[in-house]
Ligand binder design. Structure first.
Ligand code: NAD
Length: 430
């Protein structure tokens, strides 16, 4: 059965809420599903999350009071394997956002063809206002409240916004205490001392470097001396900037929450990283001249890497973007309404579900190493990551050519095709 009449129109029009990540993601999903002529039943299955947990998390605060936090865990699709996806601690966490991110994880794992489904979790809180003790009690109680879905075979969390290795260690310990034995593979992004993978911290930035190189080769833009701008100088952005500079590119601008710096002759990235280590923010960094966050995005460059937040390139500023290539380091930095503007301008966008998939790929390697009980050297991790990213870039490019669509639509089509194929083989259990 075709989908005619059941799909949202191709042109999202002004009615689309540009700020809503779920709507933005589903807009791309719908377009890809329509092009694939996905049958209506499967369309309904893939458009809905498998399971959404909403939980209230009571925590003893240091002042003696009991506070209750709201937590979520969404398993979007587990047809290809255990659910995989990060946990974020942030005041902006909503069920809609967590669901969109869980769906994104489903498509991302399918694009790089790793045997995971997609999930995401979050707790509405201000982690910077919590003491270490409060943060630990919150993490352990949240873990307990989603215990029924967690497990190496069922749902494997990882760090996301405002969660880190320490929080993963508490999740692993809490789960292991309940199981009465140590279960390292229940979570990834752990400290190396307790089963984390070498190369995991750098994996997302490394994956970006690898796909940028592939894109430049495809577009016949020489790598050496081509200009790159990186928005966001955290884990993803700083590693991407450093590795792209090591490949011979000139990093002309970088930015973070405090603003940007610009240097047409090239920023010495190691100096900026050292500055951040000492001063936390880029503001005042002498590696370049100050530049506003908005201006950084609109600079003339060969490659722009938005690696900070979602929704930073919208229909308002998309007409001003001058980069030839955008490699989406963040999840959802370009809104659905900006997509067509960038396409009309001929900008080559490497979509998030491909560009930043290096992180989940090495998370998969971590899970494999935990289950095998045998740990790889950093060189082995990096080489296997390289193989996955280059193969995946090639797969998406082939789909784009075959269906005459841009890379984003091609990546969604490839992902949906892979997830749908498994659903067809498995059938619907009734
Ligand atoms: P991070 O917290 O380490 O860094 C975020 C950076 O963005 C910081 O430098 C921050 O100052 C900057 N920033 C915040 N607001 C900004 C603004 N308005 N303008 C410019 N910069 C701003 O986070 P991260 O781990 O690097 O993740 C960045 C993005 O990449 C997020 O969207 C995340 O979901 C995505 N991502 C991360 C990974 C990973 O492995 N860490 C994997 C896939 C996707």
């Amino acid at each position: 059965m075709g989908l005619a009449g059941t799909m949202t129109p191709r042109d999202p029009g002004p009615a689309l809420n540009e700020d809503n990540p779920f709507e933005g993601m589903m807009q791309r999903f719908d377009r890809a599903a329509e092009l694939l002529s996905l049958d209506a039943g499967l369309y309904r299955v893939l458009r809905n999350p498998e399971k959404q947990i909403i939980t209230s998390i009571p925590v003893h605060m240091d002042n003696g009071e009991v506070e209750v936090f709201r937590g979520y865990r969404v398993l979007y699709n587990t047809s290809r394997g255990p659910a995989k996806g990060g946990i974020r601690f942030d005041m902006g966490v909503t069920l809609d956002e967590v669901t969109a991110l869980a769906a994104w994880m489903t498509w991302k794992c399918a694009v790089v063809d790793i045997p995971f489904g997609g999930a995401k979790g979050g707790v509405v809180c201000e982690p910077y206002r919590l003491s270490m003790g409060e943060l630990e009690r919150l993490t352990r109680r949240y873990t307990t409240s989603i215990l029924e879905v967690l497990g190496p075979e069922s749902d494997v969390p990882a760090p996301d916004v405002n969660t880190n290795e320490q929080i993963m260690a508490w999740i692993m310990d809490t789960y292991s205490m309940h199981k009465r034995h140590t279960v390292t593979a229940v979570v990834t992004g752990k400290p190396i001392a307790m089963g984390g993978s070498r190369g995991r911290r750098e994996a997302t930035g490394r994956g970006i470097m690898l796909v940028v190189k592939e894109a430049l080769r495809e577009l016949r833009i020489p790598l050496n001396g081509s200009k790159v701008v990186v928005q966001g100088f955290g884990n993803v952005g700083s590693v991407a900037a450093q590795l792209l500079a090591e490949e011979g590119m000139t990093v002309v601008a970088i930015s973070d929450k405090s603003g940007g710096i610009y240097n047409p002759n090239g920023i010495y990235v190691a100096e900026a990283i050292e500055w951040i280590r000492k001063n936390r923010f880029l503001e005042g960094c002498p590696a370049g001249d100050p530049c506003s966050n908005e201006a950084v995005l609109e600079l003339e460059a060969d490659v722009l890497v938005p690696a900070a937040l979602e929704n930073v390139i919208t229909r308002k500023n998309a007409p001003n973007i001058r980069a030839k290539v955008i490699a989406e380091g963040a999840n959802g930095p370009v809104t659905a309404l900006a997509d067509s503007i960038l396409e009309d301008k001929g900008i080559f966008v490497i979509p998030d579900i491909l560009a930043n998939a290096g992180g989940v790929t090495v998370s998969y390697f971590e899970w494999v190493q935990n289950r095998g009980g045998y740990y790889w050297s950093e060189d082995v991790v990096n080489e296997r990551l390289r193989e996955v990213m280059i193969r995946s870039f090639g797969d998406v490019l082939r789909y784009a050519r075959l269906h005459n669509v841009n890379l984003r639509t091609a990546a969604y089509m490839l992902a949906i095709d892979r997830v749908a194929a498994v659903h067809r083989l498995r059938g619907i259990y009734a």
